[in-house]
Each structure stands twice: as C-alpha cells, then as structure tokens.
Design a protein around this ligand. Structure first.
Ligand code: ADE
Length: 249
C-alpha cells in the first residue's frame, strides 16, 4: 500500500521507520512518502499560511501550496484523498478496515487554525478525525491512521499478531491477557487459563469481553445487544454468540 502525505513537517514521519511499520516499509509492503507543502509554494517568502478573512485568532493555510502539492502527488485524482481534521468523521475500526482496502491514500495535514475551506471543496474526498480533541496539526492523526491501516496490509503483522482476535474486531473490547509467571506480586493467573480446556477458556474469554465492554463502553455493548443482555437475561444463549461487527461508520 502506498501512502502519500502532504505536510509542512515531513521529518515527523521518520517516526514510522521503526518497529513493525519500519519492517513493513523495508519489505516494501507499505510505502510512506511525506512531501513538504512548502516546496510547492509560489510565495517569495515560502509562506504557506495567512490571517483569516473576517478576523479571528491564528493563521489559516493558504490554498495555493496545498492545491499544488495535492495535484502534483495525485494529478488524475486516482487516490482517496483524506484531510485530517477535528471536524471529520471519527476514525473507528470499520473505517480503518475500509481504508486498508485502498491501493493508495493521500493524507493532507493542516496546521494552525486549519486550511482554506476551498481546498476541502476542490481536492478532498473525506475528512477524518482521530477523536474529540484538538491537536496542533494533522501529522500525529495521520500517523495514527497510517499505523492502524497498515496492520491490515497482508504480511505486515505476523500470524501471532493477527487482527482477528483483538479489541473491536468483533465489536467488543479484548479479554485480559496473562503470561509467565503464574503468580506475580501475589496475583495469580485465573485457573481456567491453565486448565488446558479450550472450550472453558473460550467461554471465560468471551464473558470477560462482555463484562469489560459493558462496564467501559456501554455504547458499544448496547449497540451490539439492543434487545437482550447476554450477561443477565440471556446467559446461555449469549455465551457463544458471535457478536456483530461495529458497522457504525
Ligand atoms: N488535527 C487537529 N486535531 C485533529 C484531530 N483530533 N483529528 C484529526 N486531525 C486533527
């Protein structure tokens, strides 16, 4: 998968050269190319921002350098173009899975008070937020998106790190994990996990998923089980029920 990024801070993306994503880039499974918007400005002082029409605090990124960067990177608009913005749709796992199916993405990072609205109208397919808080720019959100999407690219994760049994893959939060030693600071690993009984382990894990999701994310829990609560009314039926995916994009 090829991911191009338009940013005024391309050096920030060297953070993706380490760990799992670093390896994936070395293997050619993903390619991340961060391009400096400033290289495309026609302003003699290399400016990429200006004061907002109508007044107000902060600076707004001017349209020309953004427009030229985006259209140099994707001249025929063949690539899904995403503007990272707190006003966008909030990123969730189903959105990640959808975006991971694209061959190529172009992520546009704004800074300051945002970008000129005409760029969104002219050049952007979709605005994506990573949560209800405001950061100083779209670079960290773009890296979050790249990280989340890359995990779905074939070969990036080893089979032991697969995406199929983790939080959100079935719409529920993940069950707790334990490893050696069996006892640590007076806390023991639950007996069932040492029992070797795979059916009991599966049931215990599913129940933990239900309990944790109900407690921490009742929004997810009641969206999955609108009519009956598998932890109370419906214990037997709910036990092995495979939960639906979070399709709430
Ligand atoms: N830019 C600034 N804050 C952001 C956020 N929460 N999500 C995406 N882009 C942003």
């Amino acid at each position: 998968m090829k991911i191009q990024v338009a940013t005024i801070f391309p050096e920030m993306f060297s953070g993706l050269d380490i760990g799992i994503l670093g390896k994936a880039q070395q293997k050619g499974l993903i390619e991340v190319n961060a391009v400096n918007i400033r290289d495309y400005t026609t302003d003699k002082h290399h400016k990429t921002d200006d004061t907002p029409f109508g007044g107000g605090a902060g600076m707004v990124m001017t349209p020309q350098p953004l427009h030229d960067t985006i259209n140099a990177l994707d001249p025929e608009h063949k690539v899904r173009r995403i503007y990272m913005s707190p006003k966008g749709k909030t990123l969730n796992q189903s959105m990640v899975e959808r975006l991971a199916k694209e061959q190529s993405l172009l992520l546009v990072c704004g800074s300051y008070e945002g970008i000129d609205e005409r760029i969104i109208e002219l050049d952007i397919d979709e605005e994506v937020s990573i949560g209800d808080y405001v950061l100083t720019g779209g670079e960290l959100p773009a890296m979050v998106l790249i990280n989340a999407v890359s995990r779905y690219v074939e070969g990036v994760l080893g089979s032991s790190e697969s995406t199929s049994e983790e939080s959100f893959s079935d719409g529920l939060l993940e069950y707790p994990q334990y490893t050696r030693p069996k006892s640590f600071c007076g806390l023991d690993v639950p007996d069932v996990l040492l029992s070797g009984n795979h059916k009991d382990i599966k049931e215990w894990r599913y129940r933990k998923q239900l309990e944790i999701t109900k407690e921490r994310r009742p929004d997810l829990y009641y969206a999955l089980f609108p009519d009956s609560d598998p932890l109370t009314e419906n214990k037997k039926k709910g036990k092995n029920k495979s939960a639906k995916k979070d399709g709430k994009e």
